[in-house]
Design a protein around this ligand. Structure first.
Ligand code: ZN
Length: 201
């Protein structure tokens, strides 16, 4: 009987993982995350605030995995600061109009993993949220932003990226070849491209 119950619960868990409309406000799930949502301010390459508010929305399994990374980092005296999470497809189209280069901006005809609520732009901070030296600033569309350019980075930036990369990959995310700050949730294919306005669901 116990075994049956366990199987039933496991079955429900799998089903929950597959739900596509299970959005989570990351900071509500785990308040220790820092947010600096660049696209909610004019301080981004679009030179305009394209989000109505600073909000990190992700599908629940993605947010839970990110929380695992955060917990591992807090134990080492570090933490995560988010620059971008879910991004509506309409915003993706505005970005593509300015930077039509798929090394740095996903082609909206394919959709970005951000549009699926399954990718994050993230940097390492101290556990108190103070900035640390990293390879480049956010949305630095240059070769130096690539992890393969690490020989151009300072030793401090290399160390901090390595701490970030390990925490993220251990938690189930994959790094991107062209941007050190971007990580895809390994199960991103399960989620469709979305275009609802950035607001709590
Ligand atoms: Zn990204």
């Amino acid at each position: 009987m116990k075994r049956l119950l366990l199987l039933l619960l496991l079955g429900l868990g799998v089903q929950a993982e597959g739900l596509t409309d299970d959005w989570v406000n990351l900071q509500r799930l785990e308040p220790s995350f820092k947010l600096e949502m660049a696209y909610a301010t004019p301080n981004n390459f679009l030179k305009a605030a394209v989000y109505p508010q600073a909000l990190c929305l992700l599908h629940r399994p993605v947010a839970e995995r990110l929380k695992m990374a955060q917990q591992a980092l807090l134990q080492q005296g570090y933490g995560l600061k988010l620059w971008d999470c879910y991004r509506p497809l309409s915003v993706q189209k505005k970005m593509w109009a300015i930077v039509p280069d798929d090394r740095y901006v996903a082609d909206p005809s394919q959709g970005s993993r951000h549009n699926r609520g399954a990718a994050v732009d993230v940097t390492l901070v101290t556990a108190q949220g103070q900035p640390l030296e990293m390879p480049t600033g956010f949305d630095d569309f240059s070769p130096k932003a690539s992890p393969s350019a690490r020989d151009q980075w300072t030793p401090e930036a290399r160390t901090h990226f390595e701490v970030l990369r390990k925490a993220m990959t251990d938690a189930g995310f994959a790094p991107l070849a062209s941007e050190w700050w971007h990580f895809d949730y390994n199960g991103w294919k399960a989620y469709p491209v979305s275009d609802f306005p950035l607001a709590e669901r």
